[in-house]
Write a protein that binds this ligand. Structure first.
Ligand SMILES: Nc1ncnc2c1ncn2[C@@H]1O[C@H](COP(=O)(O)OP(=O)(O)OP(=O)(O)O)[C@@H](O)[C@H]1O
Ligand SMILES: [Mg+2]
Length: 577
C-alpha cells in the first residue's frame, strides 16, 4: 500500500511543474465530461415535461439545453488552452529534471549505452510521461467520475435496486479482467520495446556507416540482421495476441451479457408498466454514456500501460547509472598551485581492470607527459584527473582536496581538458571558441589566440568567425577541430591543463608551432599531456612511460634516453629514418 502510494506520487509529481495551471485545466476537463451527462439529465426533464404535458417546462429545459451546449463549446476551448499550457510546463519541467540528471551521470556508463539509445530513452520517457500525466490521468479520472454520476442517477431513479447492484458487479468484474489482461501484456510490450530500440540502433548504424557498408558490400547482411529482429517482433506480437484472446473473450462476454440483461430488464419494465417512458429514456441514454466511457477508459488504460513501458525504461536507466555529482560534503573547490595526487587508485571498465593501487604525485606548475603503448591507460588516467570518471577505489586529490568531496562543476572551471577526440558543437566558430568563458574576450586577445593556435583557416571562410559549423554548417577537418579545441583552452587559460594527444591530427609544421605556443602559454601551470609523438613531450619536466596501468619508466627526456629502455626504443623507432 505504501509502495503504491509512493508510486502514484512519483507519477503525479510532474503536475507540480504546472505551477497552478492544472487546476483550471482540471476544472474545464471535468465540466467537459459532466456536460454530456447533464445534457442527458436535461433531456430527461424535457421528457418528463412532455409526459406531464407541461409546455412551459419543455420551453424552459430546451433553453437550458441550448445554453449548456453553448457553454460547453466555450469550456472545451478553455480546456484545450489550459491543456496546452500545462503540457508545455510539464514537458519543460521534465526536460530540466532529466537533462540535469543526464549531465551528471557517470560518463563511462553513458558511453556504454550509447548516445542514440540514451536519446530514445529520454525523449520517449519524457513525452510519454507528459501524455500520461496531463492527458491520460485526467481523462481517466474525469470519465470515472462521469460513470459514478451516471450510476448514481440510475440508482436513485431505479424502482428495482437488485438489478442495479448485479449490473454494477458485472461491470466491476469486466473492468478487473481488462486490467489483469493489460498487465499480462506488459511484459511483451517491454520486450518489444527492447527490440525496437535494437532496430533503431541498427538503422542508425546503416545511416552513419554508409561508406563502410558500401565499401564492403555489407548492406544485405545488415538487412538480414534487421529481418531477424523484425521476425522476433512478429512472433512476440503473435504470442501477445494469443494471450490477449484469453482475457478479452471473457471481458467482452460479460459486456455482451450486460447489454442483453439491460434489454431484458427494460423490456420487462415496459411490459409490466413499472417504468415510465422518461425513466426508460434516462436509463438507455445513461447506459449509452457509461458504455462509451468504459470503452474510452479501456483505450486509455491500454495507452497508460504503453506509456509506462517508456517511463519505466527511463527510471530504470537513470537509477542504474550512478551520478558523478557529489551529494555529501559538498565543498567549494579552492585552487592553489595545481598539485595533483593520485592515491591508491583502482579503476576498471566492467571487467577490464586498468589501474590497481596506482599512486602518483604531480607537482603544481610542472609539465608531466605520459607516453606508452596504445591501451596502456593514458586516456583513462586523464579522465580520472578531469573528474570525468570516478575511481572504484582511492582518491584523486587536487590542491589537497578530494575530488569525491568537492563540487565538480566548481573544479571544472579551473581545468582545461582536451579530449583525444575533440568535438565541435552546432553553432558558429565564435560560439564554440568562447563557450567556456564568462565574458567576451577582447578582440586583440582573440586574434592573438587564433594566431597562436594556428587557426588562421577561420579567415578563409566567407563568414569568418561567424561561420556555422557542425551538423548544419561547415564540416571541419580533424586537424582544424583539434586546433580550435586548443584555442578554446588557450582562451579559458585554466590552472590545470589536461591534454590527450593535442596534436595527433596535425602536420609536423603546425605541430611544432603549436607546441611552442603551448609551451609559452602554459608556463607556471600544471600541464599533463599524453602524446605518441615524442616531439610533443620532449620539453616536459617529467616523462612517464605507462604500460598496462603501471609506471615502468620515468624521468626527463635526457634521463630516459640515457636509461636506454622502452622510451629510448620508441624514440629510435620514431627517428629511425
Ligand atoms: N569506455 C570504455 N569501456 C570499456 N573499456 C574501455 C573503455 N575505454 C577504454 N577501455 C579499455 O581500457 C584500457 C585503457 O584504455 P585507454 O583509452 O586509457 O588507453 P590509452 O593508453 O589512452 O590508449 P591510446 O594510446 O590508444 O589512446 C584499454 O584496454 C581499453 O580497451
Ligand atoms: Mg588514449
Amino acid at each position: 500500500m505504501k509502495e503504491a502510494l509512493s508510486n502514484i506520487k512519483k507519477f503525479l509529481s510532474p503536475i507540480g511543474y504546472t505551477k497552478g495551471r492544472w487546476r483550471g485545466f482540471l476544472t474545464a476537463e471535468m465540466y467537459d465530461a459532466f456536460q454530456s451527462v447533464f445534457t442527458v439529465q436535461v433531456g430527461v426533464f424535457i421528457i418528463a415535461a412532455i409526459e406531464t404535458k407541461n409546455i412551459e417546462n419543455i420551453k424552459f429545459w430546451a433553453i437550458i439545453l441550448v445554453v449548456v451546449n453553448i457553454f460547453s463549446y466555450f469550456f472545451g476551448w478553455v480546456a484545450e488552452m489550459c491543456r496546452e499550457s500545462a503540457n508545455g510546463k510539464v514537458d519543460m519541467g521534465l526536460r530540466r529534471k532529466y537533462f540535469e540528471k543526464y549531465i551528471h551521470l557517470d560518463n563511462t556508463k553513458v558511453e556504454t549505452i550509447g548516445t542514440g539509445k540514451m536519446q530514445n530513452i529520454i525523449f520517449d520517457g519524457i513525452s510519454n510521461r507528459v501524455g500520461l500525466v496531463n492527458d491520460l490521468f485526467v481523462a481517466i479520472l474525469v470519465e470515472i467520475l462521469a460513470i459514478i454520476y451516471a450510476f448514481t442517477l440510475i440508482a436513485t431513479k431505479s424502482p428495482n435496486r437488485t438489478y442495479f447492484l448485479g449490473f454494477t458487479l458485472l461491470f466491476i468484474v469486466a473492468t478487473f479482467l481488462i486490467r489483469v489482461g493489460l498487465g499480462i501484456l506488459q511484459k511483451t510490450r517491454k520486450q518489444a520495446k527492447e527490440i525496437n530500440m535494437d532496430l533503431a540502433r541498427r538503422d542508425i548504424k546503416i545511416l552513419m556507416s554508409k561508406f563502410e557498408i558500401l565499401q564492403n558490400n555489407k548492406l544485405s547482411i545488415e538487412m538480414d540482421k534487421q529481418e531477424d529482429l523484425i521476425n522476433k517482433k512478429v512472433k512476440l506480437r503473435q504470442r501477445g495476441n494469443t494471450k490477449k484472446i484469453f482475457w478479452q473473450t471473457p471481458a467482452s462476454g460479460i459486456m455482451d451479457a450486460m447489454k442483453i440483461g439491460i434489454y431484458v430488464f427494460v423490456g420487462i419494465g415496459i411490459v409490466t408498466g413499472n417504468y415510465t417512458f422518461a425513466y426508460i429514456m434516462l436509463l438507455l441514454q445513461l447506459l449509452n454514456i457509461v458504455s462509451r466511457y468504459v470503452w474510452n477508459i479501456r483505450k486509455y488504460l491500454k495507452e497508460w500501460y504503453k506509456s509506462i513501458v517508456h517511463i519505466d525504461k527511463l527510471w530504470e536507466t537513470f537509477d542504474s547509472i550512478s551520478s558523478m555529482k557529489n551529494t555529501k560534503d559538498i565543498k567549494k573547490f579552492s585552487p592553489k598551485h595545481g598539485d595533483i595526487f593520485l592515491k591508491n587508485i583502482s579503476f576498471s571498465y566492467e571487467k577490464n581492470k586498468v589501474f590497481e593501487n596506482f599512486n602518483l604525485e604531480i607537482q603544481g606548475g610542472t609539465k608531466t607527459a605520459f607516453v606508452g603503448e596504445s591501451g596502456g591507460g593514458k586516456t583513462t588516467l586523464i579522465k580520472l584527473l578531469a573528474g570525468y570518471i570516478r575511481p572504484d577505489k582511492g582518491e584523486v586529490i587536487v590542491d589537497g582536496q578530494k575530488l569525491s568531496k568537492i563540487k565538480l562543476t566548481d573544479y571544472y572551471r579551473h581545468i582545461g581538458y582536451l579530449t583525444q577526440d575533440p568535438s565541435v558543437f552546432d553553432g558558429t566558430i565564435h560560439e564554440n571558441l568562447i563557450y567556456a568563458l564568462d565574458k567576451e574576450p577582447d578582440t586583440k586577445h582573440l586574434e592573438k589566440t587564433i594566431k597562436d593556435a594556428k587557426c588562421e583557416f577561420i579567415r578563409e571562410f566567407d563568414n569568418g568567425l561567424e561561420t556555422e559549423i557542425g551538423e548544419r554548417g561547415v564540416r571541419l577537418s580533424g586537424g582544424q577541430k583539434q586546433r580550435l579545441a586548443i584555442a578554446k583552452i588557450m582562451l579559458k587559460n585554466p590552472n590545470i591543463i589536461l591534454l590527450d594527444e593535442p596534436t595527433s591530427a596535425l602536420d609536423s609544421f603546425n605541430e611544432e608551432q603549436i607546441n611552442i605556443a603551448l609551451h609559452n602559454l602554459f608556463k607556471g601551470k600544471t600541464v599533463v599531456v599524453v602524446a605518441h609523438r615524442l616531439q610533443t613531450v620532449k620539453q616536459a619536466d617529467r616523462i612517464i612511460f605507462l604500460e598496462q596501468g603501471k609506471i615502468i619508466e620515468e624521468g626527463t627526456h635526457n634521463e630516459l634516453v640515457k636509461l636506454g629502455g622502452k622510451y629510448k626504443r620508441m624514440l629510435d623507432l620514431q627517428s629511425g629514418f
